[in-house]
Design a protein around this ligand. Structure first.
Ligand code: HXC
Length: 295
């Protein structure tokens, strides 16, 4: 697994030129630098090295999402968005005990209302949900509070057999603040979402799959390889059209059915303007493999 390592400093320099989908080649060259992340491991994986891997790696705190960790995740995401080779991203936790046990409670405990309201505390987490390339969350162990919320910001959630999903903020005297009361209900329905938010009780991987929060459950050691396999499949398609599909599916969360169907139809029509739509259909007719150019 050849590693792609990046320096946070170098990446920050690329921010102003960040292009969400089809970046200029100069940006992908910024990838080849020594590692300088404290809380995450970043690499490119897959046979064609076209899957971006972000591994949360703060084991002593069960990958609790301190400011530094989330800043690094944001930096790595921007880098992968700008890397024209990367077609899909996998987000996971190092080891099998935790994906992430939530926002860092120790870091949060001293904060005052004026500071969190005035500074829109943790608003920047939503960057993950705004990523144009697909992100697969591979969840082993605890995905609690902010951990469950960042998994839900991803496009697909796969779970290891021992994973636990929960919104325990109520026991800390607060409520979920990054989608736990909004994305969860859309995934599992009102009764279960309400039960989880009001009791703080977690659900198992199997319950999460049954409820629709998780699409597949694997033995813990197969979770990441399976997530990478799916990511490689996604990355084999046109990045341009994958981005269209992702945008259309996500639009359904925010639109009425009528608006959503119209939006979908327009994006479908727009795909006819791409070389990749022409190539995909021609390849089918000519009984050969499509050679997409992301154009
Ligand atoms: C800071 C944390 C942490 C967290 C665990 N740790 N979770 N530190 N923030 N969220 C630390 C512990 O303090 C401890 O370090 C070490 O990780 C191991 O944890 P233990 O509790 O000893 O492990 P265990 O007994 O196995 O219990 C695991 C656990 C428990 C059930 C996951 O750690 C737990 O309940 N954690 C808190 C989960 C939670 O409430 N999450 C929601 C956070 S609020 P030390 O050094 O002390 O031994 C949130 C809001 C999001 O996420 C809002 C977004 C906008």
């Amino acid at each position: 697994m050849a590693a792609l390592r990046v320096t946070a400093q170098k990446l920050l320099q690329t921010n102003s030129a960040f292009s969400p989908l089809l970046a200029v080649p100069a940006l992908s060259r910024a990838c080849h630098h020594e590692p300088n992340f404290e809380y995450i491991n970043v690499s490119k994986v897959g046979e064609k090295q076209n899957v971006g891997m972000i591994e949360l790696n703060r084991p002593k705190a069960l990958n609790a999402l301190c400011d530094g960790l989330m800043a690094e995740v944001q930096t790595a995401l921007k880098q992968f968005e700008a890397d024209t080779d990367v077609g899909c991203i996998v987000l996971t936790g190092a080891g099998q005990k935790a994906f992430a046990a939530g926002a860092d409670i120790k870091e949060m405990s001293g904060r005052q209302f004026q500071e969190v309201f005035g500074g829109n505390f943790l608003a920047h987490w939503s960057h993950l949900a705004d990523t144009t390339k697909p992100v697969i969350a591979a969840v082993n162990g605890y995905a609690l509070g902010g951990g469950c919320e960042i998994a839900m910001m991803c496009d697909i959630i796969y779970a290891g057999e021992k994973a636990r999903f929960g919104q325990p903020e109520i026991a800390l005297g607060t409520i979920p603040g990054a989608g736990g009361t909004q994305r969860l209900i859309r995934a599992v329905g009102k009764s279960l979402a309400m039960e989880m938010c009001l009791t703080g009780n977690p659900i198992t991987a199997q319950e999460a799959q049954q409820a629709g929060l998780v699409s597949k459950v694997f033995p813990a050691d197969q979770l990441v390889p399976e997530a990478v396999k799916t990511a490689e499949k996604i990355a084999s398609h046109s990045k341009l059209v994958v981005a269209m599909a992702k945008e259309a599916v996500n639009a359904s969360q925010e639109m009425t059915l009528r608006e959503g169907l119209r939006f979908e139809k327009r994006i479908f029509h727009a795909s006819f303007a791409t070389n990749d739509r022409r190539e995909g259909m021609a390849a089918f007719v000519e009984k050969r493999k499509a050679d997409f150019t992301d154009s």
